[in-house]
Design a protein around this ligand. Structure first.
Ligand code: SF4
Length: 573
């Protein structure tokens, strides 16, 4: 047998929280003669094992993971030595690494998708989907850039392997903060929704909640879920977080609906798995994902057991159909010009209705089935994790709107007018306010029973609620600064017309030195980002504002505040 040559590297050990030497001895004994332990200078290394004393994991910052190939980074003795050795010996790599891998994997998986009444044969080339694919692909592309590796990748707490942060379970407050920083960074690159956060949040919500379901009921969901997590971390595929049911008559419980399928449910329990029927609405990134994790849509009670279902379903499973939703000005994506506004990336996430027509799911992919009393907790956690994000991604999107507004003003000679400066300053204030909220709820995060970290729910809800207002105000100010021209510009084809192009060129011109085309590009970008679908998504994505108000009532401690006021006012009774 050919031995693997693995270099072992310890950190300085300034804050060791476990006996590293003893732990390494166990790993070495497990490896036996299958691994030759060599120094870092060795030229033909098969891998490196980094041993840290604590979660700071300072060595990770000094390692170019890509250059060194397989690097396992250990921060504590939670990992089974046998698992570590298996990882060091395995040839397996993240299956989807590059944009090309991602697109190829989408092409290979045949999913039943409809757009405007027509079946889409190749989802990777359809003009309505390509911008959304480009946005999601950025999450893969940026992870491979050494300057972004710290934000876009992480070390798995399950396997010790380097993984995409979008498949990571938060292990610290630092992880929660990095998540938000990562989202703002990707929004700067796409000016759009890059969709992967929904699946990411579903994974984190399930990690902590399956642990607690098992604790209460003695079930085996957590270990089952961890096996699934390993798969997604290794293969790096894209997961939809499927929460929202169509809901029909909202005054009635799931089991009281005239049509029972309006909430996704289990229609049959078999020895080998369950059969699922229903639909999930507004599913972000669904047409360019690989699997969907269905989750209950709301808290449930007695009688709704069939609706308390969590399951991971490949999107090419028999019985799954996707119908893509309309967007504002979507036909412009079919033109090859500047009228699309954001020429490369999508407008918001590209949402779809996902239908399940008696879809069979084996038990190893089921992570809740009938535990109605824990649906509310799971929904609250998923919502909190997604609401945490909005100051990151929408903060980043706001930065692009602000930049575009300033350019529009510059191109028409108004940038130095005092009222324009005031408006731009106000926009900056609004954007940083939402970002602060995301950072704050992350910084106030805490450890759950499962060991993972969770943002402060009250602050996360407040962050999302601010987005539902601030983005509208930022967009209103963008319209004010940009001017009415953004709503009345001629077509790109008018500008390119051999007959009338000269008029567009002449009369749409702003200041000297800036082409009419560039001015039109910026105005089109503003138009794309500040109207229609883009705004509605900010209002209702991650839950409508009313759901955040409900959380204030639950978590806002009004009674405590009344007591504090009484104390200050010296009211005794
Ligand atoms: Fe991620 Fe933001 Fe899109 Fe939600 S709206 S999926 S948080 S980029």
């Amino acid at each position: 047998m050919v031995k693997k040559r693995i270099a072992l590297k310890y950190c300085g050990g300034c804050n060791p929280t476990f006996d590293r030497a003893e732990y390494v001895k166990k790993i070495q004994s497990e490896a036996g003669d299958r691994i030759e332990w060599v120094s870092l200078d060795y030229v033909a290394l098969d891998g490196i094992l980094l041993i840290h004393g604590c979660n700071t994991a300072c060595l990770e910052k000094n390692f170019d993971f890509l250059k060194h190939g397989k690097v396992l980074s250990i921060r504590n003795d939670d990992h089974d030595p046998d698992e570590i050795v298996k990882n060091l010996l395995s040839e397996e790599k993240m299956k989807i690494k590059t944009k090309e891998d991602y697109v190829k994997s989408l092409k290979e998986q045949k999913v039943l998708i409809y757009y405007n009444g027509q079946r889409v044969e190749d989802r990777t080339t359809h003009p309505a989907f390509v911008p959304h694919i480009n946005s999601a692909a950025k999450t893969y592309e940026l992870a491979l850039m050494p300057e972004h590796e710290d934000l876009l990748t992480a070390t798995s707490n399950i396997t010790g392997k380097k993984i995409s942060r979008f498949t990571h379970i938060h292990q610290s407050v630092d992880d929660l903060i990095k998540k938000v920083q990562m989202l703002r960074l990707i929004a700067h690159e796409t000016a759009s929704c890059f969709q992967r956060c929904v699946g990411f949040d579903a994974l984190n919500a399930l990690y902590m909640t399956t642990y607690e379901i098992d604790e209460k009921y003695g079930t085996k969901y957590f270990s089952r879920f961890v096996e699934y997590l390993k798969k997604i971390q290794d293969e790096n595929f894209m997961l939809v977080g499927g929460m929202t049911d169509p809901k029909g008559d909202r005054s009635k419980k799931p089991s009281q609906q005239a049509d029972p399928d309006l909430y996704t449910r289990v229609v049959e329990k078999r020895k080998d798995g369950v059969v699922i029927r229903g639909a999930k609405a507004h599913q972000t990134g669904a047409v360019n994902s690989h699997e969907i994790m269905i989750l209950p849509t709301q808290a449930m009670g007695e009688g709704d057991e069939a609706y308390a279902i969590v399951a991971a379903i490949p999107l090419d499973a028999k019985g799954v159909t996707l119908i893509f939703g309309r967007q504002t000005n979507e036909e412009r994506k079919f033109e090859d010009g500047i009228d699309a506004g954001n020429c490369e990336f999508g407008m918001v996430g590209g949402e779809a209705l996902v239908i399940f027509e008696d879809v069979f799911v084996p038990w190893e992919r089921v992570f809740m089935c009938g535990e109605v009393d824990l649906c509310g907790l799971l929904v609250e956690r998923f919502a909190t994790l997604h609401r945490q994000n909005y100051g990151g991604c929408k903060g980043g999107v706001s930065d692009i709107i602000i930049g575009a507004s300033a350019l529009a003003a510059q191109y028409q000679g108004t940038l130095n007018a005092s009222h324009i400066k005031d408006k731009l300053v106000e926009m900056l204030h609004l954007a940083e306010t939402v970002y602060s909220g995301s950072i704050a709820c992350s910084a106030m995060g805490s450890k759950t029973k499962s060991g993972s970290y969770y943002p402060d729910p009250l602050l996360a809800n407040c962050t999302k609620h601010n987005i539902t207002r601030n983005i509208y105000e930022i967009s209103r100010l963008a319209h004010d600064v940009g001017g009415g021209i953004m709503a009345t510009l001629p077509f790109d084809k008018d500008m390119k017309s051999p007959v009338i192009g000269k008029y567009v060129e002449k009369y749409m011109k702003g200041i000297e030195g800036v082409s009419t085309e560039n001015r039109m590009k910026i105005l089109r970008l503003l138009e794309n980002m500040t109207g229609g679908t883009a705004l509605v998504e900010s209002m209702h994505g991650a839950g409508s504002p009313q759901s955040q108000r409900v959380m204030y009532q639950r978590l806002g401690k009004l009674g405590d505040k009344m007591k504090m006021a009484k104390k200050i006012a010296k009211i005794k009774e």
